[in-house]
Design a protein around this ligand. Sequence first.
Ligand SMILES: Cc1cc2nc3c(=O)[nH]c(=O)nc-3n(C[C@H](O)[C@H](O)[C@H](O)COP(=O)(O)OP(=O)(O)OC[C@H]3O[C@@H](n4cnc5c(N)ncnc54)[C@H](O)[C@@H]3O)c2cc1C
Length: 486
Amino acid sequence: MTDTGDFDVVVVGAGLSGVAAAHYLRTRCPRERFVILEGRDAIGGTWDLFRYPGVRSDSDMFTLGYSFRPWTSDAAIAQGADIRDYIRDTARAEGVLPHIRFGHRVQAAHWDSSQAQWTLEAESGGQPVRFTCRFVFFCSGYYDYGRGHDPEFPGRDQFRGRIVHPQQWPQDLDCAGKRVVVIGSGATAVTLLPALAAQARHVTLLQRSPSYIIAIPGRDAVGRALQSVLPRKLAYWLIRWKNIALSTLLFQLSRRRPAAMRRWLVRQAQQRSGVEERHLQPQYDPWDQRLCVDPDAGMLRALRTGRASIVTDQIEGFTPQGLRLASGQELPADIVVTATGLRLQMFGGTRLTVDGDPVQVAGRLSYKGMMLSGVPNLAMSMGYTNASWTLKCELIARQVCRILNQMRATGEAVCVPVYEGSAADTRPALDLTSGYVQRAADHLPRQGTRKPWRIHQNYLRDLLALKFAPLRDGALRFARRGETAR
Ligand SMILES: Cc1cc2nc3c(=O)[nH]c(=O)nc-3n(C[C@H](O)[C@H](O)[C@H](O)COP(=O)(O)OP(=O)(O)OC[C@H]3O[C@@H](n4cnc5c(N)ncnc54)[C@H](O)[C@@H]3O)c2cc1C
């Protein structure tokens, strides 16, 4: 194994979070020597990987954009390629590029208390390479890049058409004039449907159960007005806070008045699409799973025009011509898109050990949604499930910088969150009922009932907890090399 360097900080991943981490390390911790290890050969993570037709954001760009780099278009919902360009341009402008080592996939990370050091094993060009560092910051996203969730439906081999998964969209796939069936009812299916309906002969959304679909304007009219009269940065700041307030309000209303929200959400979707209510009425309350946004009601309008339709049923299996459903209905198809979701994965699949003991993530508690109990000098960038990812990922990056600066000032070499409560007082860190979360429940950390162990999915609370709360809060312990964290 080749030793390729010793750093103060290793950042894993050069997506939205990795670029934010690098920006803050450069501006707030200029003395820390850091490197970004990126498994792929491109910047942008999610926004470079996903190439299916219509791929776009589902939260607004004024909050998905970085606080330090205004999103200057009035498009609130942006196309994937534009987000990719935005992340790349940011990396270039912020001087992040020279820090990235592409084609370096991290496979294992070992903490050694006697040295207060991480050793990272990575693979690069088929060769094993090794890095050492004081602190490791995982910005590796939350799902398996290798493959998505693709359930084995019986009879798949007999199907004479093509089956594609949105995570590996074939760039040569031509849907023009074809009958397309999209299996799924989540954000990806809702995004794909209007884009495919514009080309295909017909698109059928085949869902086991419905999701909430909310039509929103693709452009921000208030934002445009502010942008036209105010300086760029001030306009961005105001639009950002307006949207934080609006999304918080929508989430809180959904939590406090679920019945009223449920009625309103279903009614607006029904009126726009003309589809029977049973196809639009989920079995769960709003925000038990993410809401699916439909910019400019593109999907709901496609349903109304008849270019697309919804079927709510169970799949029995493939036939040579399409799909057979539990109700007995046959759905003819030339192309079947399995928009069946992601496979959740923590730390980009990296095996972690602490002093030789494997870290079982499911047995650990998440500290402020950014560190793991009992795992020293390690942070992870995890965004919100109910608001833009970037809001939390920037708070976490800044908090990492605060911790590093404090350790440098005091000469302490170790920081580790220590949980002393009872395991009975814990619950899963992600409290969504979505299939992709439930499938991975055994591999995800847990959260506690009180701060700093409780995850609120609330930007304002996190702003207080991560920006202003003292670092020495009793749970996060610091120590010098060779000492036990007290
Ligand atoms: C289709 C889609 C649409 C989405 N839309 C939104 C949205 O509108 N709003 C929102 O807030 N969120 C959205 N999300 C969530 C989205 O993932 C985040 O917005 C954000 O892109 C996450 O950024 P990240 O840098 O943390 O992770 P990622 O974008 O996943 O990037 C992680 C990077 O780490 C690299 N990596 C992973 N493991 C390793 C390893 N072991 N070694 C080296 N490198 C590694 C990957 O190659 C990748 O480049 C969406 C997700 C998907 C899949």
